[in-house]
Design a protein. Structure first.
Length: 199
């Protein structure tokens, strides 16, 4: 059983969510739990021993006892979004029987989380998948360049979209803050610019 940790900032964020009770929090918790369970189930199926899991506001960081092969890491990264997509399909099927509106919203949140995690950003599942795929074709240096370039383009396009939404319909502030924070952390201030964090 891996050790589960939680960062202080994430704990404060969770307490804030519980206190203010914004909509779709239960669905969000279910979606995140299924997503991370997908990673853990895949690790167990592949024989990868998980040392610890640290919960953060952007998901969970899994620490393995040894670095898996690129093929296994690709599957490990893909398992989380795949679990979310499966949850969406199941909720949609049950909703066809008009069981509960909660199921439909839980499935929608799960699908949104899966798509978000498939963005080719470093430390996201999509970024890991692209890095592992690139490493199987190109050299490590070229794979790093490809991963970082796609990550930069993705976050820049999201940032432009957030600016457009703020100017056009006075919305998108949360996306703008996220993009700005992620861009500064990953591409400006990070001392790991020339590395790619692995499981």
């Amino acid at each position: 059983m891996p050790r589960i940790k939680i960062s202080p900032l994430t704990l404060i964020w969770l307490i804030t969510l519980i206190y203010f009770k914004p909509p779709y929090v239960p669905q969000m918790i279910i979606a995140v739990a299924i997503h991370e369970a997908g990673h853990l189930a895949c690790a167990k199926a592949l024989g990868i021993r998980v040392k610890s899991m640290t919960l953060s506001m952007l998901g969970a960081r899994i620490r393995c006892e040894s670095i898996p092969s690129y093929g296994k890491e690709f599957l490990l990264a893909a398992a989380g979004p795949l679990a979310g997509i499966v949850l969406f399909v199941i909720c949609h099927l049950f909703n066809n029987f008009h069981v509960s509106e909660f199921l439909l919203s839980a499935g929608a949140v799960s699908l949104a989380l899966a798509i978000f995690n498939l963005l080719p950003l470093p430390s996201f599942d999509g970024g890991r998948m692209i890095f592992c795929a690139a490493c199987s074709i190109f050299s490590l240096d070229k794979a790093l360049k490809i991963s970082n370039t796609l990550g930069f383009i993705s976050i820049f396009l999201l940032w432009l979209l957030s600016v457009y939404l703020m100017l056009k319909i006075a919305s998108g502030m949360a996306m703008f803050v996220f993009c700005s924070f992620f861009f500064l952390k990953r591409f400006i201030f990070s001392v790991k610019n020339r590395e790619f964090e692995r499981f």
